[in-house]
Design a protein around this ligand. Structure first.
Ligand SMILES: Cc1ncc(COP(=O)(O)O)c(C=O)c1O
Length: 359
């Protein structure tokens, strides 16, 4: 099959080393070798992202599974979740709360707006039944960076927890779980972590995870403490996607070698190069520069150009871009810079884009 440069926000192009990990061989998840793999992945996740006081729970499934495990497990009986909603993924967390009969309070903002911090503070002050705030770090709908540290500080001052959907952010944005006041954080292997689809994970303050053992079990499969308790015993409750876990193990080795700081810097440099090129071509950005993440750029389609035509012409040249989503499905296109790609790949993409636009 032809290989494409993937400029969609996951799944991403991975290195030959991560691809090779798929071939480590067949393995029964009840054998010692799998327990060793589980322990290795959990400890590498903590080394990469979580300082002392946190625990890591890998789960087989996509990013949505990790976010839903976090949302459905983290609320005590009768307490409410405050959802900050400024895009498709904030909206999805609200739907998850509804699905699990968790009472939710929504603060809704435009898709190109940042949340209003005083309103969050006021909502927590006036509603003592709220026990946690749910926020998306990188709202992938638009490539908008939400103010995690600011919301974390508000939640901490108010004695509430912060649940973060960092599915498209972790590894691509600066994040300090302790400093930023993040109690639980959900992520996937196949975006900025540069692994393959099929495995996701939750990072949690160990105390918060232990407290969840007494919370209602709203789902059998998604209940985080069930997975955590088994993993603490070097086991897992259900059959894992073993080969995807191998790939995550290799991707974490690469990440630790590169370092998270250097990866964030690499993504930022790639985004800067792309944005310079877009501006030179006269393309218009959906978001102002200070709102933009390091790994995705949303652009208005130029006059007279359809998404389909742009997509197909670029795909012919080896590049896969991404369309808008929801109410932004038409009118914009998205270009991600996640994965095992070099500045040269992005330069070649800019060249192809310029040719397609000129034609
Ligand atoms: C912020 C965010 N949350 C959740 C998801 C859902 O992840 P998945 O499609 O892997 O279930 C995505 C996917 O793009 C995302 O960007």
């Amino acid at each position: 099959m032809r290989q494409y440069i993937l400029l969609n926000p996951g799944p991403v192009n991975v290195s030959p080393r991560v691809q090779q990990a798929l071939l480590r061989g067949d393995l029964c998840h009840r054998e010692e070798e799998f327990s060793d793999l589980l322990v290795a992945i959990r400890s590498k996740l903590l080394r990469a992202f979580a300082p002392q006081g946190y625990t890591a729970v890998p789960l087989s499934g996509s990013g949505t599974l990790a976010v839903e495990a976090m949302i459905s497990s983290a609320l005590p009986e009768g307490r409410k979740l405050l959802v900050i909603n400024n895009g498709v993924y904030g909206e999805r967390m609200l739907r998850m709360a509804e699905a699990h009969r968790i009472p939710a309070v929504e603060l809704r903002y435009g898709w190109t707006e940042r949340p209003n911090l005083s309103q969050i503070e006021e909502t927590l002050r006036t509603d003592p039944a709220i026990s946690a705030v749910a926020l998306v770090h990188h709202e992938t709908t638009t490539g908008l960076l939400n103010p995690v540290a600011e919301v974390g500080a508000i939640a901490r001052r108010a004695g509430r927890q912060l649940l973060l959907d960092a599915v498209s952010a972790l590894g691509g944005e600066d994040l300090d779980l302790i400093h930023d006041g993040v109690d639980l954080c959900a992520c996937t292997a196949n975006k900025c972590v540069q692994g393959l689809p099929g495995v996701a994970f939750v990072l949690a303050r160990t105390e918060a995870m232990a407290a969840m053992q007494d919370y209602p079990r709203r789902s059998l499969y998604l209940h985080l403490p069930l997975h955590w308790e088994a993993q603490e015993r070097r086991s897992i409750p259900f059959t894992p996607a073993v080969q995807a876990w191998y790939a995550l193990d290799a991707a974490l080795d690469e990440l630790l070698e590169e370092t998270v700081t250097a990866r964030v810097r690499r993504y930022r440099a790639a985004a800067a190069l792309l944005r310079e090129g877009f501006a030179r071509m006269g393309l218009k950005f959906l978001l102002p520069p200070e709102y933009q993440v390091n790994s995705l750029t949303s652009l208005f389609l130029p006059e007279g150009m359809t998404y389909q035509r742009l997509h197909d012409n670029l795909k012919e040249r080896g590049f896969v871009i991404y369309e808008g989503q929801g109410k932004l499905q038409t009118g914009i296109f998205r270009v991600a810079n996640m994965g095992h790609l070099t500045l040269d790949d992005f330069r070649r993409f800019l060249g192809a884009l310029e040719t397609v636009l000129a034609a």
